[in-house]
Design a protein around this ligand. Sequence first.
Ligand SMILES: C[S@@+](CC[C@H](N)C(=O)[O-])C[C@H]1O[C@@H](n2cnc3c(N)ncnc32)[C@H](O)[C@@H]1O
Length: 263
Amino acid sequence: MIFDIVAVNSDHQKYFYHQYILAVTVFCISLSLPILMGHKKLIRFQAIDTYKNVLQYPENMKGNWKNFFGNDNPITLELACGKGEYSVNLGRQHKDHNYIGVDIKGNRIYTGAKAALEEGLDNVGFLRIHIGQITEYFEPGEVAGIWIIFPDPFLKKAKNRLTHPRFLHLYQQLLKTGATINLKTDSKELYDFTLETIAEQNCNKLEDIADIYGKGLATGPLAIQTFYEKKHLADGRTIYYLRFSLPANPIILSGRFEPKSDT
Ligand SMILES: C[S@@+](CC[C@H](N)C(=O)[O-])C[C@H]1O[C@@H](n2cnc3c(N)ncnc32)[C@H](O)[C@@H]1O
């Protein structure tokens, strides 16, 4: 019908005609964008279903990762891996080490899993689970280290932070004695909270850098930049890093970080 518009001869008529076409185009795009995005997610979910390097809520993996990788090399986890930049980059650099990116979001895991497959990185895998269930997937001592990279800081719900004692207690059930946990974050609140937790739980603090770029210390593994890190750097945010190991004694779940005391 719009094409039946009377002859658009005058400048005035042309202006309104173009405005009309523009409005219709914007309206159509805004309607189809969510559909296109949903479609993209669907394609990614279908793809990871077929990827041999992605396991989604698998059964019987506890104690069986050596079969998955075909070797007994040490295993490091990248928790909250998103697109898995740490797993892929560390996997490239250390072929004698295995890396598993862990995240709940399959469409993000897709990016890292695809890159690892295309490069033939057999030492990189991805596990789609809720990190709160991690002890169902690894047996005691099966994990040699953990990277926690720009996790959501959960400013209102401390119990969901991946460095909350509730999570440290889980990690303690998988990690080899003396294994290190690395946290990289742009959240001062999460950094401070983790420092307090480390002190309260008698963890062994090994490295504490309040501004890795300001101090010129973004080298080695700290030079790897993830999707979120690039965004935070573009916004001029400070990046914090902590490395620590857990105490020999069990993590204490009662006390001021007890989940029940959260608001
Ligand atoms: C802010 S993004 C960071 C992603 C990536 N590390 C990066 O730096 O680009 C946080 C990620 O943590 C994941 N995540 C948060 N809590 C989780 C949980 N309990 N279990 C699994 N994944 C979780 C989210 O799905 C999301 O991909």
